[in-house]
Design a protein around this ligand. Structure first.
Ligand code: FAD
Length: 359
């Protein structure tokens, strides 16, 4: 049920949200639910056209981030909030293995296990034979799920239909106690463009990325090698369709600006994809020796990731308010709840009206 608290006490803000990905859609829905007057601007003709529609579709639980506690904890808590808020937008992965690669991992398996336990993340040990993996020290089963892309896009397309303006690549300029977005006046801008409109005030880079799609056996286990420049094969929402990702070979560049990253992504040719494919298949085959017999290459998936600079694999979501602009630095999909909480806190600070129940 919508809670129009802000309207009831006359503190509804006129808010522009830029970006029709997971972050912009979820945050716009949260602001609408509190009675604000929201307009969502998306430059493309549909939602989830950029990173939210082009990624590995893993609903994280924290297991990917042994070197960064805030990411791990945001993800662990975001996972259960995601299931409660969006019960139909993810599904189980029947067999989902994490493994520490012998000699190639930054952490030994005992340390990895301890870090996860310390964060309240349970790992059920599995025998390596069950996973089909070679060259690994330890294998665990996890309860990570897969995001259902088509359903998520349909969910927000229906729910936000009357609030979205498509084909609107907007700029933004602050002026006194308001902000001009695409030339229109708003009380507040929530920039959920993943750094493409307003650069977050932290040290970050824009990384054009390449994942590869494969047809594989329906029900083949999801496999993730940790921790370091390793690889993973993960199912999608389509039976028998998988993505192959590699920390070492997925990046196509490391750019200081979003424009430079877009230029690399859009200019990626077949020869580049072919070179990365050879490296990515060789890497996964070290651990899954029958990979090339079981999986058939289908095509590339190109995207751009905005990443904090640093050695810890930091993917925590962050929110910064600069006057009438709230810039959202996305992390993973389920860390969106942490970001939305911070946005609501900033709106509360601006209006003097609590926006969420504190626990
Ligand atoms: C290769 C890769 C693999 C990943 N794997 C996973 C994973 O398995 N699990 C996971 O949880 N996360 C994963 N992620 C991260 C995940 O994709 C992001 O957390 C999430 O998509 C960020 O959502 P967003 O809404 O912030 O950004 P986006 O989805 O990129 O949305 C930003 C939107 O802003 C719009 N926009 C930009 N500038 C303007 C403008 N000036 N005017 C109007 N519109 C504008 C864009 O068109 C875009 O639609 C992965 C990312 C990549 C790149």
């Amino acid at each position: 049920m919508r809670c129009n608290l802000a309207i009831l006490i006359g503190m509804a803000l006129h808010i522009a949200v830029v970006g029709g990905g997971w972050y912009g859609c979820h945050i716009a829905a949260e602001l609408l639910a509190r009675g604000h007057d929201v307009r969502l601007f998306e430059q493309h003709g549909r939602l989830f056209h950029e990173a939210s529609g082009n990624n590995q579709f893993r609903l994280h639980l924290g297991f990917h981030y042994p070197r960064h506690a805030p990411t791990r904890l945001q993800s662990r808590d975001g996972f259960s909030r995601f299931l409660a808020a969006y019960p139909t937008l993810s599904q189980e992965v029947a067999e989902n293995f994490y493994a520490v690669a012998t000699g190639d991992s930054r952490l030994d398996s005992a340390s990895y296990h301890l870090v996860m336990q310390g964060s309240g993340l349970d790992l059920a040990e599995a025998c390596p034979e069950a996973s089909g993996l070679r060259g690994v020290d330890a294998v665990w089963r996890t309860d990570e799920r897969v995001l259902l892309l088509d359903r998520a896009r349909a969910h927000f397309s229906a729910g936000l239909a009357e609030y979205v303006q498509f084909g609107a690549r907007v700029d933004a300029r602050q002026a006194g106690n308001h902000v001009l977005v695409g030339g229109r006046r708003f009380d507040l801008l929530v920039d959920a463009s993943w750094g493409h409109l307003t650069r977050p005030p932290i040290s970050c880079i824009f990384e054009p990325t390449l994942l590869l799609y494969y047809a594989g056996p329906v029900g083949h286990p999801a496999i993730t090698l940790v921790d370091g420049p390793l690889c993973s094969i993960y199912p999608t929402d389509q039976p028998g369709l998988f993505t192959l990702s590699s920390v070492a070979h997925t990046p196509l560049g490391c750019c200081d600006t979003a424009a430079a990253a877009r230029a690399i992504r859009d200019g990626t040719d077949a020869a580049t994809i072919g070179r990365h494919r050879v490296l990515m298949e060789a890497q996964i085959s070290r651990y899954l020796p029958d990979f090339s017999e079981r999986f058939r290459y289908l095509g590339p998936q190109l995207a751009i990731k905005t990443k904090p600079v640093g050695p810890d694999d930091d993917r925590a979501a962050r929110v910064f308010r600069m006057g009438r602009v709230i810039a959202v630095m996305s992390g993973k999909v389920d860390t969106v709840f942490h970001a939305a909480d911070r946005v609501l806190d900033e709106v509360a600070a601006l209006t003097g009206v609590p926006q969420r129940a504190h626990v």
